[in-house]
Design a protein around this ligand. Sequence first.
Ligand code: ATR
Length: 265
Amino acid sequence: MTDRYAVFGHPIAHSKSPQIHVAFARQTGQDMTYEAILAPLDGFADSVAAFIAAGGRGANVTVPFKEEAYRLANRLSARAQRAGAVNTLVFDGGILGDNTDGAGLVADLTRNLGCALAGKRILLLGAGGAARGVIEPLLEQQPAALVIANRTVGRAQELAELFGHGIRACGFEETGGPYDVVINATAASLAGELPPLSSALFTDDTLAYDMMYGRDTPFLTFARSHGAATADGLGMLVEQAAEAFALWRGVRPDTAPVITSLRAA
Ligand code: ATR
């Protein structure tokens, strides 16, 4: 029987994950299927159970179920534990939860965009689930400084305390600058909004990265107008998928052609 995989979310119709994993499977000659499953908002665990019963081998999890997936898993990778959220599940008799989002971001920054993070000054905007998921993988790159800025300063402080490593927490008015890398992990771009950022964050050598993809966000436009190079989150999306694929299938796909074809579409 062909191995089945899926992505669970709500909404899910516009997910690019099926396209990405089908491309990976073709490229690596893996016999598998990958579908998008719309789980009811109050029925994530039931949907996953039905998928496992039908022969599901693994799944990705997206908004708004990543914290619920964390609770559903009966084993967690160290990075999922620290992230407090799960985007990848392995059904191997039990349910293993992993989180590949941060590794995907780091892979996109360092490998695809040529931005080594060691010794760099990094500003992370936001203190929700998206920000929390990438902190540990960013710290592993040994930046000179990691600052977390959030609209609600208390949430940034909680993350700084949780992860330690001398992380500074602040509001958008106290960010200082400039930074080598500024990463937007707020949900502001989804609403077409710009957090109240200082132009002093950016120089010609700054890379501004928005985790959102698919359109030019007010954050990227603002950063570019102050000289920064910019990148959206499409590469992160493909890289987190590649990490999940490698976990499931034991082979690492080549992400470059998949990023290129998604970008062209
Ligand atoms: P996610 O899992 O996507 O991170 P979340 O946990 O709801 O979602 O967190 C959303 C993040 O975006 C938070 O950091 C939020 O700031 P608050 O903690 O102050 O709520 C931030 N955010 C959302 N809309 C924003 C906006 N218009 N401007 C600035 N920050 C915003």
